[in-house]
Design a protein around this ligand. Structure first.
Ligand SMILES: [Zn+2]
Length: 338
């Protein structure tokens, strides 16, 4: 898996800019009164929900369907594990062979992307989708840019999730399903009350590794070791989970540390939480932790789930754990139960 590991890492970094806009942050135009309150309420409680329908895939015609299939494999692995949440629309696009992405194909893509965004847009929330966000996706695709992110369209009824994957062919083979897992974990998370950045991104990275390893898409030891190294670098600079408690907007000063703290340290924090929960079970985290979160919010959920007296005490314990020998930490991860 060592060859894969390189391809697993690099694209994560290269798509980072857009991942920054993922989590539960909702897209909404720069406006307005009544609905602002509604948006606030939806974000607080989790704007997505359990659904019966399956994700709808929209592929830019001319872009090879093989990449959509590879991404869908990851999304399906996560759907099987977490259950059906959404609604979800998945957009897969990228640079195509000359002429394959005809003007008609682009128009068709824009139509699929924009129609649901504007179908139930309330007054004041209309947008020039085709000329704005829709065209931006096509521009990124044409320019060869790489993006993978989950975002919410929060002004529609019901709100829905957009999973966007641009130029997946450039990522590396096993990255496609791993990105699929990662973004679908955000769909699950956004169907529950809001939680801090480290739990959102840390959880998504944790399940990339956990479910990815079950499917042979990632070497878990190598991935966890890499996250550990990143987390420890940030810790040495005095950064910690407490710096990633944002639930909406990442503080500008924390941008340089987002990957290392929210994603990598967060992944280890989730590992540590599960390892300190009564059953030490990963499925238990999915079930018990999220039901506690539903009931009492993230702070109480963390303390009750891990049996500590406060989030601050959890952070202190976790920092001590992070100072242990690497081998012990990796074995701690490997000792988690399914
Ligand atoms: Zn993410």
């Amino acid at each position: 898996m060592s060859g894969n590991s390189k391809s697993w890492k690099l694209p994560l970094l290269s798509v980072l800019l857009l991942i920054l806009s993922s989590g539960c942050q909702g897209w909404a135009p720069q406006q307005r009164e009544f609905s602002q309150e509604l948006i606030e309420e939806r974000l607080r409680r989790g704007p997505l929900q359990a659904v019966t329908g399956t994700p709808k895939y929209i592929l830019l015609e001319g872009y090879p369907a093989a990449y959509r299939h590879a991404i869908a494999e990851g999304i399906d692995a996560a759907r099987n594990y977490f259950g059906e949440f959404g609604p979800v629309r998945v957009y897969v696009l990228g640079r195509t062979e000359d002429g394959a992405d005809s003007a008609a194909a682009k128009q068709d893509f824009l139509r699929h992307y924009c129609e649901p965004r504007s179908a139930t847009a309330p007054r004041g929330y209309e947008e020039d989708c085709a000329g704005g966000p829709g065209q931006r996706l096509l521009d990124v695709a044409t320019s060869g840019g790489m993006e993978a992110y989950q975002s919410l369209v929060i002004h529609t009824d019901p709100p829905y999730s957009e999973l966007v994957f641009i130029n997946a062919h450039a990522w590396g083979e096993s990255d496609m399903p791993l990105r699929g897992i990662h973004e679908y974990v955000h769909v699950f998370q956004c169907s529950h009350p809001e939680a801090p950045g480290w739990l959102m991104e840390g959880g998504a990275v944790f399940f990339e590794v956990w479910l990815g390893a079950q499917n042979g898409w990632v070497d878990p030891r190598q991935a966890m070791r890499w996250s550990l190294k990143n987390a420890l670098e940030a810790m040495a600079l005095g950064k910690g989970l407490v710096d990633m408690e944002y639930t909406r907007d990442l503080p500008a000063a924390m941008r340089p540390f987002h990957r290392q703290v929210a994603y990598d340290m967060g992944c280890w924090a989730v590992t540590y939480m599960i390892g300190n929960s009564p059953g030490r079970s990963v499925a238990g985290f999915r079930d018990s932790f999220y039901s506690l979160l539903e009931k009492s919010g993230w702070r109480t959920a963390v303390t009750e789930y891990c049996g500590v007296e406060s989030v601050e005490a959890f952070y202190r314990d976790f920092e001590r754990f992070m100072q242990q020998p690497t081998e012990d930490q990796l074995q701690f991860y490997e000792s988690l139960r399914p």
